[in-house]
Each structure stands twice: as structure tokens, then as C-alpha cells.
Ligand binder design. Structure first.
Ligand code: AR6
Length: 182
């Protein structure tokens, strides 16, 4: 599994699946969530409403993930995950690691070969981008070693797509510190 750091807008990435840093309601918000809903078009919100009305009446739990189509996006799927909110006292790093692992599990189940992650929880939810970078990269590497039931993962490329040069630099450094290239 290759890991790449990209500076830019996740909504334009030509990958099979992009991950959304959503909230438990799945009904939209600001930040990357707002950008993804704007770019995917209103059908994305309809699909999220449908999930709430069927599989997820209580919303999506922190650390869990669920997929919808990508509609107008270049990506075929959006995988929605909910990061822990530091401002609400959610400081357990295992919850953040779970966002990455569960998203990859869903991506593998869909047969996605390339997945793009934003810096989940590093915006409104108040986590330090360094911590998100370390945990995210570590979780991806760990997943690459033990995917679905002894099979090789379908996912071959994981991108971390960061909106600012500063955050991209933080992720590049974390990738180097974690052992360089994959
Ligand atoms: N592409 C890539 N990264 C982006 C983009 C984009 N288009 N837009 C923002 N970012 P945040 P969270 C970066 O706040 O902390 C929402 O309202 C941003 O600079 O989007 O998990 C949800 O509905 C930051 O580095 O997500 C939730 O209520 C990173 O994405 C809540 O915010 C994550 O910032 C989730 O908060």
C-alpha cells in the first residue's frame, strides 16, 4: 500500500473513494464536509438522509464509517467517518485511529483501489494536526499489514489530502518519521 501526501482540495481528487470528516448526524456541516456536499450535489444529502432513515437512525458513531455514492464527484464513493471532538472531551486516540481503519475496511469491501483522507478532526474538532498525521499514518500502515480476514487489501494507494501548505508539511514530516516511503 502506497501512502502519498497531497496539498489541495480533496473534492477534486481522481481516486475511487474520498473520506469525509462528517459529524454523527451525517446531515452536513462546514469544513471539508461542506465542501464535499457542495461538490457532490444535493443527491449526497439525500443519500445521507436515507441512511439515517434506515441503517443509522441514531446517527453514525464516533470512529465508525459508512459509504455513499460520490454523485457529481470524480470519486465513485464518499466514505463518511466521524472523528472525535476534542472540544467535547473526546481525547481517546483509539477513536481517531478507528476512523482511518474503519474507512479502509469499508473501502476494501467496496473494491476501491485508491482512497483519499482529509485531516480528520484537525479542524473544528480541535485535534493537533501532528497527532492526526501520526495516528492516521500509523493506522494505515497497521491496516496494510492486517486487512480483511487474511486477504491482501484491495486498496493500493492512500492519499492524505491537506488543504494548507503547513498541514501538508506536517504530514510529510510524519510520513518520513514513520519510516519514509511505504
Ligand atoms: N479538502 C481537503 N481538506 C479540507 C477541505 C477540502 N476541501 N476543506 C477543509 N479541509 P474539518 P473536523 C481541512 O473542520 O475537524 C464539519 O462541520 C481543514 O483545513 O472539516 O473533523 C463536520 O460536519 C482541516 O485540516 O473537520 C463536523 O461537524 C481538515 O479538513 C466537523 O466539521 C478537517 O477539518 C468535523 O470537524
Amino acid at each position: 500500500m502506497r501512502i502519498e501526501i497531497v496539498e489541495g482540495d480533496i473534492t477534486v481528487r481522481p481516486v475511487d473513494a474520498i473520506v469525509n470528516a462528517a459529524n454523527s448526524s451525517l446531515l452536513g456541516g462546514g469544513g471539508v464536509d461542506g465542501a464535499i456536499h457542495r461538490a457532490a450535489g444535493p443527491e449526497l444529502l439525500e443519500a445521507c438522509r436515507e441512511l439515517r432513515a434506515t441503517k443509522l437512525p441514531d446517527g453514525l458513531a464516533v470512529g465508525a464509517a459508512v459509504a455513499t455514492p460520490g454523485f457529481l464527484l470524480p470519486a465513485k464513493w464518499v466514505i463518511h467517518t466521524v472523528g472525535p471532538n476534542r472540544h467535547a472531551g473526546q481525547t481517546n486516540p483509539a477513536l481517531l485511529a478507528s476512523c482511518f481503519t474503519e474507512s479502509l475496511r469499508i473501502a476494501d469491501g467496496l473494491g476501491a483501489r485508491s482512497v483519499a483522507f482529509p485531516a480528520v478532526s484537525a479542524g473544528v474538532y480541535g485535534w493537533d494536526a501532528r497527532k492526526v498525521a501520526q495516528l492516521g499514518i500509523e493506522a494505515v500502515r497497521a491496516y496494510a499489514g492486517r486487512p480483511l480476514e487474511g486477504e491482501k487489501p484491495m486498496v493500493e494507494l492512500v492519499e492524505f489530502v491537506l488543504f494548507s501548505e503547513e498541514t501538508a508539511g506536517i504530514f510529510r514530516q510524519a510520513l518520513e518519521e514513520s519510516g519514509g516511503g511505504p
